[in-house]
Design a protein around this ligand. Structure first.
Ligand code: PLP
Length: 431
C-alpha cells in the first residue's frame, strides 16, 4: 500500500470509494491522456466521471483562468457584479432551449438539484415529488431522497415524499420485456397509476435523467419524456431534466438529453463537464418558476469568477470546435466496434448509449443475472492495458465510457482495441 493510500484510509471515510485494487494518483494530464505517480500513462475514457469534457491542459481554458488569477481576485462575493458570471448565464440561457430562461449557479450537481427541488416545491406549494427508479441525483439529504438506487443511499430515511416511476430498464425489470413504443405506453400508464394511487395529484415535479448515468447509462425510449410531460401538464406538475451527465452535446445527437424526447423541461440542472474540472454547476429554467422564490438567496461560491471564467472558455471551446458532432462521429466508431467485437458474447447483455456516453452490461453467460465480478475483471484489465473506464449500474455490472468530447478517431480505435482485449480475456478467465 502506498503511503498516500494509507493516509487516505486513515482520515477519509471508508464509504468514499476509490477505483482499482491499487488506487492511482493522477499527477499530470494532456489531451485525453493522464499520468499517475508511478509514471504510467493512461488513455482516459471516463474523464473523471465525465468531469473532464474537453480534455486536459487545454490552453484556452488555462489562459482564461490565469487571466482571472492575474487580477488578484480569486473570488470576493456574489454580492458584487461578476462579469464572467453574467456572460456565462447569458450563454447558458441561450443554449438551454428554455425560452426567457434564468440561471442560478452552484458548485456541484447535488446543489443544483437541491436548488431545483427547492424552487419546484416552493412554486407548486407541494412536497410531493416523482422520481425514477435506478436514478442518481447527488449526495445531499434531498438529492439522495430522489435517488432511486439504494446502494448509493447513505440512509434509509427519506426526508421527501417521493413516488417512484419505472425507468427505461433495458435488460431486466418489467418494462425491459417490451418494445420501445410499448415501453412508452406502459411508462405513461405507470405514471397515471402512480399519480392516482400514491399522490393527491398535488405533485411539485418529476425529476429525471435523460440517460441514467450512475445507473449504468440506461436510457428510456426516445419520446418518453414528452409522453410523460403531457400527463404532467394536465396537473401543472413541473419537469426537471437532470443533465449533469447528458448535457453539452455528449450524446452526439442533441445538445441536451431532453431533446431526444421532443419536450422542453421547466428546469434543467447541469454540472460536471461545464467546468472541465473547476467546480461549476447550476440550474436554468423558466423565469416564472425560478423567480418564484420569495426569500433572498445566493451562494457564496456559486458563480465565482474563476469557475465561470473556466465555464465560459469551456462552452466557447465546445461550440467553436463543434464537439457535439465529434461525439456523434467518434462515439459511433466506438459503439459499432464494441457491438461487432463483443456484442455477441454470451456475457454481454447489451452495448448501449449515445455519442460518447457508452456502456457495456455484463451478465452471467446466457442469463440476465448481473455479473459485477466480470465487470471488475474487465475494469482492472483495461487499467493494466492503459485505459481508464468507469463502473456503474444498479448491480455494479456496467462498464461505462465517457471520454472527453475531443477524443480523436485514432484514440477511439486505440481504446477500442484495449477494451475488446480486456473483455475477451476477462470472459475467458471467468469461463
Ligand atoms: N446528477 C447526476 C445525474 C449525477 O450523475 C451526479 C453525479 O454523479 C449528480 C447529480 C451530483 O453531482 P455532484 O457530484 O457534482 O454533486
Amino acid at each position: 500500500m502506498t503511503d498516500l493510500l494509507a493516509r487516505h484510509r486513515a482520515v477519509l471515510p471508508s464509504w468514499m470509494p476509490l477505483y482499482y485494487d491499487e488506487p492511482i494518483e493522477l499527477v499530470s494530464g494532456s489531451g485525453r491522456r493522464v499520468t499517475d505517480a508511478q509514471g504510467r500513462s493512461y488513455l482516459d475514457f471516463f474523464g473523471g466521471v465525465l468531469t473532464n469534457m474537453v480534455g486536459y491542459d487545454i490552453p484556452e481554458i488555462r489562459e482564461a483562468v490565469q487571466r482571472q488569477l492575474a487580477t488578484g481576485i480569486v473570488h470576493s462575493s456574489t454580492l458584487y457584479l461578476i462579469r464572467q458570471q453574467v456572460e456565462l448565464a447569458e450563454k447558458v440561457a441561450r443554449v438551454s432551449g428554455i425560452p426567457d430562461a434564468r440561471v442560478f449557479f452552484t458548485n456541484s450537481g447535488t446543489e443544483a438539484n437541491e436548488a431545483a427541488l427547492l424552487v419546484a416545491t416552493n412554486y407548486r406549494r407541494s412536497h410531493q415529488i416523482l422520481a425514477v427508479r435506478n436514478s442518481y441525483h447527488g449526495r445531499s439529504y434531498a438529492a439522495m431522497g430522489v435517488t432511486g438506487n439504494r446502494s448509493w443511499s447513505a440512509s434509509a430515511l427519506n426526508p421527501l415524499q417521493v413516488a417512484w416511476l419505472h425507468s427505461g430498464e433495458r435488460v431486466r425489470g418489467l418494462l425491459a420485456r417490451l418494445g420501445p413504443d410499448e415501453q412508452v405506453d406502459a411508462a405513461v400508464e405507470d405514471l397515471r397509476e402512480v399519480l392516482a394511487t400514491q399522490t393527491a395529484g398535488d405533485v411539485a415535479c418529476l425529476i429525471a435523467e435523460p440517460i441514467q448515468g450512475v445507473g449504468g447509462f440506461v436510457h428510456p425510449p426516445d419520446g418518453l419524456f414528452a409522453a410523460w410531460k403531457k400527463v404532467l401538464d394536465e396537473s401543472g406538475i413541473l419537469f426537471v431534466s437532470d443533465e449533469v451527465q447528458t448535457g453539452w452535446g455528449r450524446t452526439g445527437e442533441h445538445f441536451w438529453g431532453y431533446q431526444a424526447h421532443g419536450v422542453t423541461p421547466d428546469l434543467l440542472t447541469f454540472a460536471k463537464g461545464i467546468g472541465n474540472g473547476f467546480a461549476l454547476a447550476g440550474v436554468v429554467g423558466r423565469a416564472d418558476v425560478l423567480e418564484s422564490v420569495p426569500a433572498i438567496s445566493f451562494s457564496t461560491f456559486g458563480g465565482n469568477p474563476i469557475s465561470t471564467a473556466a465555464g465560459n472558455a469551456v462552452l466557447d471551446y465546445l461550440l467553436d470546435h463543434d464537439l457535439q458532432a465529434n461525439a456523434a462521429r467518434v462515439g459511433a466508431i466506438l459503439a459499432d466496434g464494441l457491438r461487432s467485437a463483443v456484442g455477441g458474447l454470451d456475457c454481454v447483455a447489451e452495448v448501449r448509449g449515445k455519442g460518447l456516453m457508452l456502456g457495456v452490461e455484463f451478465v452471467r453467460p446466457g442469463t440476465t443475472e448481473p455479473d459485477p465480478a466480470m465487470t471488475v475483471r474487465v475494469f482492472e484489465a483495461c487499467r493494466a492495458g492503459g485505459l481508464l473506464a468507469g463502473k456503474g449500474g444498479l448491480y455494479g455490472n456496467v462498464l461505462r465510457m465517457g471520454p472527453p468530447l475531443t477524443l480523436t478517431e485514432e484514440e477511439a480505435r486505440e481504446g477500442l482495441a484495449i477494451l475488446v482485449d480486456a473483455i475477451r480475456s476477462s470472459a475467458e478467465a471467468g469461463a
